[in-house]
Write a protein that binds this ligand. Structure first.
Ligand code: CA
Length: 235
């Protein structure tokens, strides 16, 4: 007997829309609802982080100008504990470059006025990119996207080279373990590169700088004199 496999019904994705202008919020709810999403609405910035923590939405559409707490602060707050796909909505086109420069951890930006259907398309595209962020270790501020060779520190994306990514992954997945430079070279190069131990030191130096830039004060890479390096989880 031939059985026809029916694909499992896809779970409806929940999109949190944070928008304080009622007509715009209603429009987004309708458009995203028509596109097959479940929509939750909030209109005050101060409630957002707790809501995200409690409900774990699949994506967040976050207005920049909000009562209670502005979108920038809300984004920082969310990124401290979550890598949920996030689109920032701003009222001014010239604000978008400034926001990108701040590296606040938004995945995309949309400027008002927008075509609602385009918003739905951007949300869909963002979900399709299916960024699978995994914590390097439980409780670690480091999350990794293996497929995209990307890393985030407390939700803020680190701009890493492939070698830096592999180095950080090797160290970050085993906090507290000391790696020799030779072991780290094995982890970051698959072939017989002509490199020496100093190569590791210079990549570590760049990693430290990039993590500190993304999260001032963070310094998880500790050098062990005469041996190598280890990754230390913050207290
Ligand atoms: Ca607003």
């Amino acid at each position: 007997m031939v059985q026809t496999a029916t694909p499992p019904a896809e779970r409806p994705r929940t999109i949190l829309v944070v928008e304080d202008e009622p007509s715009l919020a209603a429009l987004l709810r309708e458009t995203l609802g028509d596109a097959g999403f479940r929509v939750a609405l909030l209109d005050d910035g101060s409630e957002v982080a707790d809501w995200v923590r409690a409900h774990g939405p699949d994506a967040v559409l976050l207005d920049l100008g909000l009562p209670g707490k502005d979108g920038l602060a809300v984004c920082h707050e969310i990124r401290a504990f979550s890598t949920v796909p996030l689109i920032m909505v701003t009222g001014r086109i010239e604000e978008m470059d400034r926001l990108r420069g701040l590296e606040i951890g938004a995945d995309d930006y949309i400027c008002k006025p927008f075509v609602p259907k385009e918003v739905a398309a951007r949300v869909r595209a963002l979900l399709r990119r299916s960024i699978e962020w995994r914590d390097a270790q439980p409780g670690s501020p480091l999350s990794l996207d293996e497929a995209g060779m990307a890393a985030r520190w407390n939700g803020v994306r680190l701009d890493l080279t492939p070698v830096e990514f592999r180095l950080l992954r090797a160290l970050g997945q085993r906090p507290g373990r000391v790696f020799s430079r030779a072991q780290l070279l094995d982890a970051i190069y698959s072939d017989d590169h002509v490199v020496n131990d100093r190569t590791v030191d210079s990549h570590i130096k760049n990693l430290r700088r990039k993590i500190a830039e993304a999260c001032p004060g963070a310094d998880p890479l500790t050098s062990i004199y005469g041996v190598g390096y280890k990754f230390v989880l913050p207290d």
